[in-house]
Design a protein around this ligand. Sequence first.
Ligand code: E4P
Length: 217
Amino acid sequence: MKLFLDTAEAAEIAALAASGLVDGVTTNPSLVHKAGRNFLEVVKEIAGLVPGPVSAEVVATDYEGMMAEARVLRGLAPNVCIKLPLTLDGLRATKALTAEGAMVNVTLCFSAAQALLAAKAGATFVSPFVGRHDDVGFNGMALIEDIRLIYDNYDFATQILVASVRHPVHVLEAAKIGADVATMPPAVLRQLASHPLTDRGLAAFLADWAKTGQSIR
Ligand code: E4P
């Protein structure tokens, strides 16, 4: 399972990328606004920090506009993945861009029917938003199960990129279902690595080691 960071904060990405655990990055217009950076500059910088796909979202809502913006974004770096909304124009642009060899992430997916269309359009990734589903009283993970089943039924190559992840359990559930990718805020990746018993055990080992008076160097 691939782990992506869902942020436009370049410093956070650089810090966590050093762990070797970050396979890619997703951004969206709200995250770019939060980072307070120039969109094209920050995408280019992030694309240099991770080897894998960096999703950059178009803001045009019509096919021609999406294609024009995609051309600009693709020119930033070879690992830029064009993020398109799950609309009919977005699906049309998905088909055209993938035919040109571009990576495409179809975002704002809230139903299995939408995910089926994204796969038929040839999307590299589809992004179902689990957290926003949970927010309105629907089990977001049930959507991931349905998409996994449908994609496996037809051997669709589109990767399920679990988005709107809010906590480590979302990542675990996604992994159990067999999702291809989970994208998460940096804090969630840190939470995945941490456990109070690890901290307590390490503190005890270090305290006992200090009592030995020894050094490994
Ligand atoms: C996906 O690519 C989106 O950027 C993101 O996961 C949305 O998450 P949110 O619902 O926490 O805004």
